[in-house]
Write a protein that binds this ligand. Structure first.
Ligand code: HEC
Length: 124
């Protein structure tokens, strides 16, 4: 499911379930449990769109904040292997928080990143 449809579904379910869930966060987790497909994740199809949307503004060819470029597999692989790709994005202790706005990217997208790394951070 595309990210756009994912959010449309989330909005739909939010209105349908408004009586049962007081709190958006509870519902959001519920929707993710149902809809977040992280059985497997590929570099090109799954990870790159996340980086493009949330990270390329500051980390791409031509702009490398913190001297970090996340454009191109070999660049991304470096940060996948040293733990900082997930560490920064999942706001783990010891890493600067990314994106720098301080707002975590959607949990489902962090899970996609985690699965891709756990599967060996392959160029697939
Ligand atoms: C608005 C600009 C901006 C965005 C968007 C952004 N970053 Fe950063 N990033 C920075 C800056 C600035 C630094 C250097 C910060 C520092 O060293 O404290 C940095 C540093 C990093 C580092 C190096 C961390 C380290 O241990 O030194 C990684 C990895 C990183 N960013 C990943 C990401 C990822 C992944 C995303 C998207 C989820 C992202 N960034 C989005 C600005 C950004």
């Amino acid at each position: 499911m595309s990210i756009k449809n994912f959010f449309l579904l989330g909005t739909l379910m939010l209105s349908l379930n408004a009586c049962y869930y007081d709190n958006q966060e509870d519902l959001f987790q519920y929707v993710q449990a149902v809809e977040c497909n992280t059985v497997t994740a590929n570099y090109t199809a799954d990870l790159v769109p996340i980086l493009v949307q949330h990270c390329f503004r500051c980390h791409r060819n031509g702009r490398t904040d913190g001297n970090v470029n996340l454009e191109g597999y070999n660049n991304v692989k470096t940060y996948a292997d040293d733990g900082s790709l997930l560490g920064t994005t999942d706001h783990q202790a010891g890493f600067p928080i990314m994106p720098t706005s301080g707002i975590k990217i959607p949990a489902c997208e962090i899970e996609v990143m985690r699965v891709w790394i756990n599967e060996g951070a392959l160029n697939n």
